[in-house]
Write a protein that binds this ligand. Structure first.
Ligand code: SF4
Length: 234
């Protein structure tokens, strides 16, 4: 049966580069990141269903793009059909993914159903998490990255950072690893967002990152998002 999003963010200018977008939120994920601030979505506890196509028809001419997020969007059944329906209404599509399902990324790319991808890199390869079934996540991430690189689509690699999980040396290693896989774009670091309950009940960070060190040793430009020292700046 066709899965509908459980919620919609009706307007954002932050989640799709230079576009007015909405976000569709889907349930389910194959990871359990301790910092995840969407436990209800990840654990599938939210049962509501939204008529996303009716929403898009009403917004025609006001929105440029749709961000498909979650949860892990590549686990959503019939994702190709969902994208085809959104495309038929004239919208650009971005997906947020943890990179764990390269075959789905490939299917969407080959059918020209996505226009932008934000892909997470979770951990350095020697500390990588394993997917259900035992496959190291990093292997899948590397494969997804290779597909995106070959596709010529605009995409970004990003990491959610919390000093309790990732030291500066870990982050530098991750950026080097992405660069060694031919990623040459800006590498985004998203500071842990403490909006209340997280999957692993992460405590707030107790220190700030040494950004001079990160900038000095990373082989790619770094984009900093939501860092405490930047909040309140224009
Ligand atoms: S942060 Fe993303 S990948 Fe991690 S558990 Fe949450 S939805 Fe899944």
């Amino acid at each position: 049966m066709r899965r509908h999003p459980v919620d919609i963010t009706p307007l954002t200018f932050l989640d799709y580069p230079k576009k007015a977008a909405c976000i569709f939120w889907y349930t389910g994920c194959n990871l359990r990141c301790p910092y995840c601030y969407n436990p209800e979505l990840v654990l599938g506890r939210t049962k509501s269903q939204v008529d996303e196509l009716a929403f898009l028809k009403e917004r025609s001419g006001f929105l440029d793009a749709v961000v498909l997020s979650g949860g892990e969007i590549t686990l959503t059944p019939q994702l190709k059909d969902i994208c085809e329906d959104i495309k038929a209404l004239g919208y650009l599509i971005k997906i947020d993914t943890n990179g764990s399902n390269p075959h789905i990324v490939r299917e969407l790319v080959e059918n020209k159903l996505i226009d932008y991808v934000a892909m997470d890199n979770k951990m350095p390869s020697d500390r990588t998490w394993r997917l259900p079934g035992g496959t190291p996540l990093f292997e899948r991430f590397a494969e997804s990255l290779s597909i995106l690189k070959e596709s010529g689509l605009p995409f970004e690699v990003r990491t959610t950072v919390h000093p309790g999980l990732l030291e500066e040396s870990d982050i530098i290693r991750m950026i080097r690893e992405a660069n060694a896989l031919s990623y040459t774009g800006t590498y985004y670091l998203q500071y842990f967002f403490n909006a209340g309950t997280t999957l692993g009940n992460m405590a707030p960070p107790t220190r700030r990152y040494d950004r001079d060190m990160l900038n000095r040793h990373a082989p790619l430009p770094i984009g900093y998002r939501n860092f405490p020292e930047d909040r309140g700046k224009g």
